[in-house]
Design a protein around this ligand. Sequence first.
Ligand code: 3PG
Length: 465
Amino acid sequence: MLKSDIGIIGLGVMGRSLAKNMLSKDFSVSAYNRWTEAEKDIVPNFLKDASDNAQGFTNLSKFVNSLQSPRKIILMVTAGAAVDAVVSELKPLLDSGDIIADGGNSHFKDTQRRVQELKENDIEFLGVGVSGGEQGALHGPCIMPGGKQEAYLQFQPILEAIAAKDNDGKPCVSWIGPDGSGHLVKTVHNGIEYAEMQLIADCYAILSPTHSNEEIAAIFIKWNKGDHKSYLLGITATILQKKEGDDYLIDKVLDKAGNKGTGSWTSQLAFQLGIPTPTINAAVTARYLSSKKEERMKLSKAIPGHAIDEVPSLEALAATYRACRILNHHQGFEVIRAASDAHNWNINLSELARIWTEGCIIKSQLMESFVDVFKNHTSILDDRTILRTILKSEKPFLYTLIYSLKYRLLNSCISESYNYYAFITTAQSSAHIIQAQRDEFGAHTYRRNDRPENESFTTNWTNNG
Ligand code: 3PG
């Protein structure tokens, strides 16, 4: 048997779909899945409907020997301990110059550590973000590779062939930068995704007391034909229409949201970098609050909601949704910019926005507009047209906020986006009060607005005069 172009470890949904995608582009693929009683059919099932270019293994050393040198291996295993376990099994089987690419949702700090550990054996390690779910992996995902550029170049022809294509036909894959940069941008991609999902859920929460599922679906379909167009809005409209017998299936889905951690990683990272991401944080918190179902049920009996006697303005909600999405993306990109600066990664935000226009879960018309925004600005809110859009949305934004507060309708991301907007556009904040308090109780010092910023002062605040 000829040696394969590439190897994939882990034939779960994403691994299997990526392997099939590569085979469909005429690359030869060796696939490995561990042998356990529960997983014994995985490799045979994969080979059953794979082309002749596929080889399957449950023996790691045979798998490694089936690959062309330098070997290119993609790990599609659960992030965390499983990645370390596979890497330590692989290490003694590999030769200098071989490359391992981790295609899972790993924490970028784990990726940084693995890069260093494998350096000792002269093995390159790439952290590769992959987005698009099963269908994306099968027909064209968005791929965010980070690590040594020379190592990426070995994968480039394969990744470019399997990736989604943007409006100009260019592949939605691009070398993000060195080190853990690929996994970092995938994490923040997911943080933005959490808030994009929650913003749609907030709109649903505001509409649902006065609109049927069909009516909300129709509103979302209409929005999806204009500048609100996004993959997530489209699937939500579809979800709302799904029937089970005479009932809507969505009404039977338990309202406890799960998560695999990347949303909270984005918030943690933002806090570490000192970048405010309240819209994203609110989306993470909303998932945690949702899981407190029993407590919510109990308290809702003690403190019932309000009767609703007016219908929300759809025009105002649409404008609110527009402004919140801009603020959400702004926060996410600011985290990436700060991380890139902190690590000297030099991430190209315009190129990142470009690869996020297709193949990934947060693809949208709005994302397409950011490709040009980042050609001229370092930050989304530096763009005058975008600022004008938000300004035009201010009144409707406020109306929606007041409406949802008045009737106690859940508005996690909408209210936090408004607070962010209010704060970021206020020249004189109340932080001087905080500084004076800190100085009073801890002599932490403060700076003065009538003196150069590099001078600090401390005062005995209790003595007047
Ligand atoms: C994924 O990467 O699988 C999803 O985009 C995010 O997953 P979660 O919602 O389960 O955290």
